[in-house]
Design a protein around this ligand. Structure first.
Ligand code: PGA
Length: 250
């Protein structure tokens, strides 16, 4: 049985003080939800505030990105070791905004997956098609390339904690959530691809999150799908009431 994972991607939102305020309101609201993992990815500068505020270490605190090199002349970048030292245990990699706004490609994301895993960080590896690719019937082809290239040369033994986030680009921040059927179809495809690339065992244990306008009003129908193991939430994770409603859904 896969443990549900509710993940918040705050993007470029919340200062350290705002992060502390969020935790103060949010933590009591999710206290009784002990059978699920909750991940929060604040901006780099607020990670330390999140870790301090989460005194009981209930949450998985994640970064939203990192560089694949250990150190060097990479102005503005952050390494896996720097995240480790802060107490981060996971990192979002290959988010569509990194791919399409900042030009990250599958090779770069592969190197990031490798470096994160080597540092003991759980990679939340994001994939997803653009609307024109979906309309051309190329969704599975796009997912196949992103996943095959993104996991290239990573042995199965290193993927015990694998989390893949399926985030159709057309659904992110647009209010146009994928229908539960569309999400399930893509998740099932991703799961079977992991089975083909690796094994049935990994295919059964890998958690696959849905992302793209997930919110309190659609969380239950998304989570009712057999291959949806959780969600990666942007906009609706910024408000403690709204993210708690997602975590505590029926
Ligand atoms: P959204 O963002 O929930 O605001 O659509 C999701 C994401 O980008 O991870």
């Amino acid at each position: 049985m896969r443990k549900p994972l509710y993940a918040a991607n705050w993007k470029m939102n919340k200062t350290g003080a705002e992060t502390r305020m969020f935790f103060e309101k949010f933590l009591p609201k999710v206290k009784s939800r002990t059978d699920a993992d909750i991940l929060i990815a604040p901006p780099f500068t607020s990670i330390i505030d999140a870790i301090d505020a989460d005194e009981s270490e209930r949450m998985i605190i994640a970064a939203q990105n990192m560089h694949f090199e250990a150190d060097g002349a990479f102005t503005g970048e952050i390494s896996a070791a720097m995240l480790n030292e802060l107490g981060c245990t996971a990192v979002i990699l290959g988010h569509s905004e990194r791919r399409h706004v900042f030009g990250e490609d599958d090779d770069m994301i592969n190197r990031k997956n490798v470096a994160a895993i080597a540092a003991g960080l759980i990679p939340v590896f994001c994939v997803g098609e653009k609307i024109e690719q979906r309309e051309l019937g190329k969704t599975q082809e796009v997912l196949e390339t992103q996943i095959t290239d993104g996991l290239k040369d990573i042995p199965e033994g290193n993927l015990a904690q694998l989390v893949i986030a399926y985030e159709p680009v057309w659904a992110i921040g647009t209010g146009h959530t994928a229908t539960p059927d569309q999400a399930q179809e893509a998740h099932l495809y991703i799961r079977s691809l992991v089975g083909t690339l690796y094994s049935n065992e990994l295919s059964n244990s890998a958690r696959i999150l849905y992302g793209g306008s997930a919110k309190p009003s659609n969380i239950s129908e998304l989570m009712a799908q057999p291959d949806v193991d959780g969600v990666l939430v942007g906009g609706a994770s910024l408000d403690p009431d709204s993210f708690a409603a997602i975590v505590n859904h029926d």
